[in-house]
Design a binder for this molecule. Structure first.
Ligand SMILES: [Fe+2]
Length: 344
């Protein structure tokens, strides 16, 4: 199977993975033939990409780190709890399921293709931050209990935004100084909302408070530096930045995974704990399995397999000749590299 943006899917293609609605309920089962009418409906629904099964991508298997249905069900439950001021402890079974699913994955390589476009909503971003944070936590050898506290912090990190006016959150242009001040209050508001919850561990609450602190002291609300920020705060900062950068926003299109990783390692170097970034970039698939890529000799291929210790040099299958190109291990390809992800 491979990932295609919805505009590139030809009627008659077969769906390779089930598609879910925002509540995590199956909309279309795998193997369904995609007609023109179905594609138009999916586009209207907000889907911007699909996994399809075709000859070029035959035999390529894409295993989700966390099942798409579980991801969406978690987002829907979180939204419902936040809206009715429900008990956050209700999230625990879903968070445990996410943590166990990532732990079972063993050699964690994160690839989250963006199935949704502009409809990708705040709660899905929160779930993604939880998934990314837990993936980093596993690489840092945190215990299962701590991974659950960390995943919970990821899910709840932006809960304080509930009290930031939507007009400010969704403003397409630059925020005024006053508006930015309002936005900057959300970590403290979130901390206050959670402070009363007896079920939540204090490390979770402090993680929420600190997710906008920056390693060089330039963050908010405390302007804390280095080790003054808890490990949860430092992990959440990286996970949140990465997910925000790779999502579409009202005022810009998403950056690719490789651009986001480049930022974290380059310009973002001062702002984040380098050790956390180092661990993260070694487990995020900048060229996800199933993605179509262009190589430096002008040929195209589909990514077949990622290496967690060498994410820039995966195994690629040439689209025309079907030749397997192992960029990491095959010395014949030492001079070859991936130049970009193609959208077709
Ligand atoms: Fe935030």
């Amino acid at each position: 199977m491979r990932f295609l943006t919805i505009d590139k899917v030809v009627p008659g293609s077969r769906l390779a993975k089930p598609l879910y609605g925002t509540q995590g309920i199956v909309l279309l089962r795998e193997n369904v033939e995609l007609t023109e009418a179905i594609l138009a409906r999916l586009k209207a629904y907000g889907y911007n990409g699909l996994y399809i099964e075709d000859e070029i991508s035959e035999g390529i298997v894409i295993n989700d780190l966390v099942d798409e249905g579980l991801r969406l069900r978690t987002a829907a439950r979180l939204e419902s709890i936040v809206n009715r001021n429900g008990n956050i402890a209700e999230m625990k079974p879903l968070i445990s399921e996410i943590v166990d699913s990532i732990m079972e994955n063993g050699d964690v390589v994160i690839h989250m293709n963006r199935l949704w476009g502009h409809h990708e909503y705040t709660y899905l971003h929160c779930v993604n931050v939880g998934i990314l944070a837990v993936s980093i936590g596993i690489k840092l050898n945190l215990s299962r209990d701590n991974l659950i506290y960390l995943g919970t912090a990821g899910l709840l990190h932006d809960i304080g935004k509930k009290f930031v006016p939507v007009e400010i959150l969704d403003k397409p242009g630059r925020l005024s100084d006053e508006e930015y001040e309002v936005v900057q209050k959300h970590p403290e508001i979130g901390f206050e909302i959670l402070a009363e919850s007896m079920e939540l561990n204090s490390v979770t609450k402090v993680g929420v408070l600190q997710h906008h602190e920056r390693f060089d002291g330039s963050g908010y609300p405390g302007g804390l530096k280095g080790d003054e920020i808890t490990i949860f705060g430092r992990i959440l900062a990286v996970a949140d930045t990465y997910d925000a950068m790779t999502s579409d926003r009202a005022y810009r299109n998403a950056f690719s995974p490789s651009e986001a990783v480049e930022y974290l390692m380059g310009d973002g170097n001062q702002l984040y704990d380098f050790h956390v970034v180092d661990v993260f970039v070694r487990c995020v698939a900048v060229y996800p399995v199933g993605a179509c890529v262009e190589l430096s000799d002008g040929t195209h291929g589909i990514v077949v397999q990622n290496y967690s210790d060498c994410v820039l040099r995966p195994v690629v299958r040439n689209t025309e000749t079907k030749e397997i190109i192992d960029l990491k291990n095959d010395s014949r390809y030492l001079n070859l590299c991936i130049t970009k992800i193609c959208v077709n």
